[in-house]
Design a protein around this ligand. Structure first.
Ligand SMILES: NC(=O)c1ccc[n+]([C@@H]2O[C@H](COP(=O)([O-])OP(=O)(O)OC[C@H]3O[C@@H](n4cnc5c(N)ncnc54)[C@H](OP(=O)(O)O)[C@@H]3O)[C@@H](O)[C@H]2O)c1
Length: 313
């Protein structure tokens, strides 16, 4: 199938983009914003039903028939607990699938979504070049995949944190899961000493489109790639570091009618597997190419009109 592309501005010709994981939280948002962010580009949102990425022959065939200029690779095994119990599937989806896409797109560009959970959380305030040391299988597979991607000299990695939003299935995001537990009248213990930098998925997608178009324009604000592959790594997260407790309080304020029962707790008392305490991210590098500020999550949330139907209500 061929589509005539339009010229969007004199410096940026129309491009063909694949978005994998297009039924997922961030993939859905990327596809939704495409018309406004990259008008005239041909953006193919690929769901698992369109193309199962574990079928490598089908992936190669699709790549040859509709070669993209960019792959925004959102698909993966994205939940830590599932990666712990299905470590081989996590490896296949997060590493091997990424390797194949990365190699196929060697002369195009791939942007891979990674996670703050590549860090062990002992220090917090992580920058792109800081050493990774994942504590769980999800983080391990993402850390390996990052290296695979960055071996391709044109490819980029975006590490993001907890993304807020409404999934198509209504049960995938941390906010949907939290509201579900409150509806079931389940009390919740939240750690006052475990920190992330939550971000709305709408902002993650907006930042990624801005980054992609900045690369296409050869924006002088982007760091020179140079020899160091970590120059092609970008942290994209909220501008506010919040504990799980503070995050729970912010959500509870939004759902007063559920009368959520929150109890403060400490990571020190947690009896499960290892959990990183503070995976807050410094996002100066991506912020330098954005003409808007990455949001402070609690302020952003308070300013949002409530949409109970879409927020797990
Ligand atoms: N959301 C966050 O808080 C967060 C935080 C840090 C990093 N990230 C990373 O950002 C990326 C996007 O996250 P997300 O929250 O949008 O993830 P998500 O909602 O879980 O979406 C992942 C998508 O991958 C698809 N997928 C799984 N196996 C597939 C296969 N074999 N073939 C094709 N598609 C397949 C899933 O399809 P089905 O819908 O059919 O299952 C799903 O739609 C992920 O790589 C994730 O690790 C996300």
């Amino acid at each position: 199938m061929s589509t005539r592309t339009q010229i969007t501005d004199p410096g940026v010709p129309g491009r063909t983009v694949w978005v994998t994981g297009a039924a997922g939280l961030i993939g859905t948002e990327l596809v939704r914003q495409a018309a406004a962010s990259v008008p005239g580009w041909r953006v193919l949102g690929l769901t698992r039903a369109d193309l199962d990425l574990t079928h490598s022959a089908a992936v190669t065939a699709r790549f040859r028939s509709e070669p993209p200029d960019w792959i925004l690779h959102c698909a993966g095994l994205t939940k830590s607990p599932q990666c712990q119990v299905e470590p081989e599937l996590a490896w296949t989806l997060n590493v091997e699938v990424t390797r194949q896409l990365s190699e196929l797109a060697a002369s195009a560009r791939l942007l891979f979504f990674s996670t703050d959970l590549v860090f062990d959380g002992r220090a917090g305030g992580y920058r792109e070049a800081d050493a990774v040391n994942p504590l769980n299988r999800y983080g391990e597979t993402k850390a390996v995949a990052e290296r695979v991607v960055l071996d391709g000299p044109r490819h980029l990695v975006v590490r993001t944190s907890l993304n807020y939003g409404s999934s198509r299935t209504g049960d995938r995001t941390f906010n949907e899961e939290t509201v579900r537990l409150w509806r079931e009248r389940r009390p919740m213990t939240l750690f006052t000493d475990e920190y992330r930098c939550p971000i709305p998925a709408v902002s993650t997608a907006r930042a990624v489109w801005d980054l992609v178009t900045a690369v296409e324009r050869g924006d002088a604000r982007l760091p020179e790639p140079g020899a160091d592959p970590t120059r092609r790594l970008f942290h994209v997260a909220g501008a506010e570091k919040l504990s799980r407790w503070e995050l729970g309080r912010a959500l509870a304020e939004r759902w007063p009618e559920l009368q959520p029962e929150l109890r403060p707790g400490s990571l020190k008392d947690y009896v499960g597997g290892p959990r990183p305490a503070d995976t807050s991210l410094v996002c100066d590098r991506v912020q330098a190419v954005l003409d808007w500020s990455l949001p402070r999550f609690s302020e952003w949330l308070r300013a949002q009109p409530r949409e109970p139907e879409r927020e797990g209500g």
